[in-house]
Write a protein that binds this ligand. Structure first.
Ligand SMILES: [Zn+2]
Length: 240
């Protein structure tokens, strides 16, 4: 992940607290686009540039995360040709969550907890029995949980079929562009970009996705810094 991008200044010092508060702002229902849930003036549907990814991205989104101003899952849906965002709490299996037949063995799931003994790689893959794999297996797609840490944990436990997928953990080398509750925390779209790149997609695609994140989500959100904000009732810190 490149550390800096022109035109965007990651919040620091006093601004960090305000920016963290921003992560809890929700877009009022009446002002949200029906598809991307962004305010009309910042709607992603027509602004996002379509990227032809090969590896499918399935985002399982906690329902309370849907209208978060700084949420990035809708960018995945608008920008990635092979992606889907499903809001809900539980699905009976991978195919039901995806909406089409899928083989769990060919899919990965981004796991929340980093390995206490990291390998030094940006991403690690584990077999279903929990053994770390030297080389990343070719995957058809991967699942990302979108919500606060607490919400993501709820999604994890409510969908035991996720254990049938190959577990992936991230060890990001560059910090998130957005304030995170945990040092190694990444926004959903940052986690997606890093995973796509590490699973073998064109690095330029991951780069283009990150540029859109800055231009279409983070930069517009800066306008709201210091403005009146509406806080989500749960107000937890964000997991991904
Ligand atoms: Zn929209």
């Amino acid at each position: 992940m490149p550390p800096r991008r022109s035109g965007f200044r990651p919040p620091g010092g006093r601004r960090r607290g305000i920016a963290l508060a921003l992560t809890r702002v929700t877009v009022p229902r009446e002002e949200a686009c029906a598809r991307c849930f962004r305010p009309a003036e910042d709607c992603l549907c027509t602004r996002a540039v379509r990227l032809e990814n090969r590896i499918f991205v399935l985002v399982l989104q906690h329902p309370r995360e849907q209208r978060k101003l700084i949420g990035s899952a809708s960018l995945a849906q608008c920008a990635l040709a092979r992606s889907r965002v499903r809001a809900g709490l539980s699905w009976p299996n991978l195919s039901a969550a995806l909406g089409e037949p899928a083989k769990p063995a060919e899919w990965g799931a981004l796991f929340l907890k980093p390995d206490p003994r990291p390998s030094g790689r940006a991403i690690d893959a584990y077999s279903r029995r929990g053994e770390r794999q030297g080389d990343l297996p070719p995957l058809t797609g991967f699942v990302v949980l979108d919500g606060t840490w607490k919400q993501a944990k709820t999604l994890w436990w409510r969908n035991p079929w996720l254990l049938k997928l190959r577990r992936l953990t991230l060890n990001p080398r560059a910090p998130s562009l957005r304030p995170q509750a945990r040092a190694a925390g990444l926004s959903t779209i940052e986690a997606i970009a890093l995973t796509l790149r590490e699973l073998g997609e064109d690095p330029a695609l991951a780069e283009a996705l990150m540029d859109q994140y800055v231009r279409l989500v983070l930069e517009p959100a800066q306008r709201y810094l210091g403005k009146g904000t509406r806080h989500a009732p749960d107000g937890g810190e964000h997991a991904g």
